[in-house]
Write a protein that binds this ligand. Structure first.
Ligand code: BEZ
Ligand code: FE
Length: 289
């Protein structure tokens, strides 16, 4: 251990100090982190005052987290890191549904619901039916596949953000596909919404002149035996902000039509007022190797 560290010797010294890390993957990650962080400080000529400010920002980010608010995930999202990590590991079989970010609002257990149920416990939004099949990459239906679904209400808020106006579990549901892999649920058409801006991430967005909006979407985590789970969204075709998602999470294959449907018989069958919006798409899972 020397005391006269130079700009580069301190990096080597810290990296050497990690050699005893028993877990080889942890050693690799920490070594990479130290090398890149140090290179960042050298390249940008980071000043002690700036670093102090950054530490205050990270401290505020941690202090903003609660049981129902995850400001660190939000920070990772707006910096594009969540999407990059997804993309680095997002290779899928051709035709398999692509993944996208989890986001900070999948924090409560979704209530178990029957196929055809509504996840909109409040009402007031544009009625909508979402249906399709869960399939394997070769087209085979996946009976018993489980879909965890969550979305913001028609005003752009998740249940955990508005506990005074939304009951817990509003906009959420855990569905099990039928014997043909089919799923169906009722909801309201989601609207674009701003990510929370009343914390440090909002300060960052304002400082960089960025808007906080996400295009309208519904979240899914689909799981089935023998298949790799997928965490994804379905985006509403034509929504504002599809080209400038605040968290960089749009993939064009995930954009689906929510067709205006004027069909009284179908509306009766589905238990929704006529006309209604209908989104039909399949979720396709990759077989585990
Ligand atoms: C969401 O879609 O729930 C979300 C994703 C990333 C950041 C904020 C919200
Ligand atoms: Fe969302």
């Amino acid at each position: 251990m020397t005391t006269d560290a130079t700009e580069t010797s301190v990096t080597d010294e810290v990296v050497r100090s990690l050699r005893g890390t028993a877990d080889p993957r942890l050693r690799e990650l920490l070594t990479g982190l130290v090398r890149h962080l140090h290179a960042f400080a050298r390249e940008t000529r980071l000043t002690p005052k700036e670093w102090e400010r950054a530490v205050a920002f990270l401290t505020a980010t941690g202090q903003t987290c609660t049981g129902t608010r995850q400001e660190f995930i939000l920070l990772s999202d707006v910096l594009g890191l969540s999407m990059l990590v997804e993309t680095v590991h997002g290779d899928r079989a051709a035709g398999a549904t692509e993944s996208t970010v989890l986001g900070p609002f999948h924090m409560t257990q979704s209530p178990v619901r029957a196929l055809g149920d509504s996840i909109d416990l409040v009402g007031g939004g544009e009625p909508c039916v979402v249906s399709g099949r869960v399939r394997s990459e070769d087209g085979a239906p996946l009976p018993g596949a489980v879909l965890d679904v969550w979305q913001a209400d028609g005003e752009g808020f998740y249940d955990v953000q508005r506990p005074d106006t939304q009951p817990p579990g509003n906009g959420r549901g855990l569905f099990t596909a039928d014997a043909e892999g089919r799923f169906r649920f009722r909801t309201c058409v989601p609207s674009p919404y701003p990510i929370p801006t009343d914390g440090p991430v909002g300060t960052l967005l304002r400082a960089t002149g960025r808007h906080p909006y996400r295009p309208a979407h519904i979240h899914f985590i689909a799981t089935a035996d023998g298949h790799t789970p997928v965490t994804t969204h379905i985006f509403v075709a034509g929504s504002d902000h599809l080209d400038s998602d605040a968290v960089f999470a749009v993939k064009k294959n995930l954009v689906q039509d929510f067709d205006v449907t004027d069909d009284p018989a179908l509306a009766r069958e589905f238990g929704v007022p006529n006309p209604f919006r209908l989104a039909r798409f399949d979720l396709v899972l990759e077989r585990t190797a």
